[in-house]
Design a protein around this ligand. Structure first.
Ligand SMILES: NC(=O)c1ccc[n+]([C@@H]2O[C@H](COP(=O)([O-])OP(=O)(O)OC[C@H]3O[C@@H](n4cnc5c(N)ncnc54)[C@H](OP(=O)(O)O)[C@@H]3O)[C@@H](O)[C@H]2O)c1
Length: 267
């Protein structure tokens, strides 16, 4: 039977690659965007959804359920970036960031789970980041929101396994999308002691995203993953050195790993 997949944030970047690839493979794909009117020629339906607003999530599900009663796979992909020194980052901006990167995927998941429970099956993939497993300097808010999603995924998996529902995270390394140009950027306060290092780190981050891998890699990884009967809690896909950092984080003494990160960011 044709499987139905919901991909949030399918208007660009990784979500667009994932949704397009699954559509090509014959899945029935529903994508989402906050402004679907800007993308009239997509091969799969793009429905209106702002995951940071519960009202929008409720409206979206009312619309979706008029079109389908089953969701076999949910890819919680929609997300945004934020940069800034922890001391200076605007906390309202950080709360809004968590509304999108943490509470958003949870709000969507809460609506999808009853459908999956009644079908006695379903798969949920939360797109996190390799940065979810370590606090990246000047991206602490981003690491924290993705880290929170990483950890709550572990709890959710155990709670819903009894219903035949598989849950995991997929942590991308750097991929060449427009995420950097859309992220919230905290400008330095006047006379900020962080200015030089922050600006240098930003240049390194942007370079990594611009030179990142092809988003199609993530689409292929997701297509393979959803054919698996069971999920491990976490998967990582990306450039070799970035995946290696996850292994080093596990095996190196804490200060040695921190030294590596600091060297990388010239801190
Ligand atoms: N690119 C990378 O190197 C990288 C690395 C690690 C993790 N990730 C993660 O991968 C995911 C996709 O990122 P990307 O690089 O593809 O970025 P992107 O090109 O900027 O795409 C982000 C998508 O999320 C949607 N979105 C943003 N805020 C939203 C909201 N409040 N409600 C609903 N949809 C929203 C956008 O749709 P509209 O603007 O049309 O609403 C867009 O489709 C994110 O979760 C990101 O954190 C990316």
């Amino acid at each position: 039977m044709q499987q139905t997949v919901l991909v949030t944030g399918a208007s660009s970047g990784l979500g667009k690659s994932i949704a397009s690839h699954l559509h090509t493979l014959g899945y029935k794909v529903f994508g989402t965007s906050r402004s679907p009117q800007n993308y009239p020629d997509f091969p799969y339906p793009l429905l209106t959804l702002d995951i940071s607003s519960q009202a929008s999530v409720d409206l979206f599900f009312a619309e979706l359920q008029s079109q389908t009663q089953r969701i076999d796979v949910l890819v919680n992909n929609a997300g945004v970036g934020i940069t800034g020194p922890v001391e200076e980052v605007n906390l309202d901006a950080l709360r809004a960031h968590f509304d999108t990167n943490f509470f958003g995927p949870l709000a969507v998941t809460q609506q999808v789970l009853p459908l999956m429970r009644s079908a006695k099956q379903g798969k949920i993939i939360n797109i996190t980041s390799i940065g979810a497993s370590m606090g990246l300097p000047f991206r602490g808010g981003y690491s924290a929101s993705k880290g929170a999603l990483h950890v709550i995924t572990e709890a959710l998996r155990m709670e819903v396994a009894q219903f035949g529902i598989e849950v995991c995270t997929l942590a991308p390394g750097d991929y060449a999308t427009d995420i950097a140009s859309r992220r919230y950027y905290e400008p330095n306060k006047k006379g900020s002691p962080y200015e030089a290092l922050y600006q240098e780190s930003l240049a390194t981050m942007d370079e990594h995203v611009d030179e990142g891998n092809d988003p199609q890699e993530i689409a292929l990884a997701i297509a393979k993953l959803i054919q698996q009967k069971q999920f491990k809690p976490h998967y990582a896909v990306g450039p070799f050195m970035q995946k290696l950092s996850l292994v080093l984080k596990r095996i190196l003494p804490q200060k040695a790993f921190e030294r590596l990160l600091k060297n990388h960011y010239n801190l």
